[in-house]
Design a protein around this ligand. Structure first.
Ligand SMILES: [Zn+2]
Length: 190
């Protein structure tokens, strides 16, 4: 297994729709193992394939949850059904989200409280579960990556402006930037 560099916002693969996986083979399973390894080394709770530069519809997660779902898993070619997202202002203390591809930053964002996730594992076996609360948030965040969307693209003012400023200040938003879990300092201080 190999830890991969994590792509940073501006890298084109993060900003385009990822491709459907068609072959459930050893190569896919090696990629999934590498994604778990990279997520763990980065102290992340989720990682989508575009975050290691692979434009395919795969994400992994590692999150204990209240939904009786395995605390670690992979979704290949997932679909999400969600409840409606509240139009209320997001709570900076309770609803702040972060992303390994916008390292060290976090901003509040409303998400659906409930999602139904369906998809496949690395062997092509069907996976289906319901996620709530923070686990539901994680699912929506990772799924967004497969649609070429980062959480910072969903922010409302004043947070979207703050995020744009942070990206500019860090000189991100340009292709080719990565950071290396286990080598570079943990951006979230874990
Ligand atoms: Zn992310």
């Amino acid at each position: 297994m190999t830890v991969h560099p994590v792509t940073i916002t501006g890298e084109p693969v993060l900003h385009r729709r990822a491709a459907v996986v068609t072959e459930f083979d050893e190569q896919l399973r090696t990629l999934i193992a590498d994604m778990f390894e990279t997520m763990d080394e980065a102290n992340g709770v989720g990682l989508a394939a575009p975050q290691i530069g692979v434009g395919q519809r795969i994400f992994v997660y590692g999150m204990v949850n209240d939904d009786d779902v395995a605390p670690r898993g992979v979704l290949v070619n997932p679909t999400l059904v969600t409840t409606k997202i509240s139009g209320a202002d997001p709570d900076p203390d309770e609803e702040s989200e972060g992303c390994l591809s916008v390292p060290g930053e976090s901003f509040p964002l409303k998400r659906a409280e409930w999602v139904k996730v369906t998809g496949f594992d690395g062997f092509g076996e069907r996976v289906e579960f319901v996620a709530t609360g923070w686990f539901a948030r994680c699912m929506q965040h990772e799924y967004d990556h497969l649609e070429g969307k980062l959480y910072v693209d969903r922010l409302v003012e004043p947070y979207s402006r703050a995020a744009r400023k942070a990206i500019k200040k860090n000189a991100w938003g340009t292709p080719g930037l990565t950071w290396m879990p286990g080598v570079d300092p943990d951006p979230f201080g874990h």
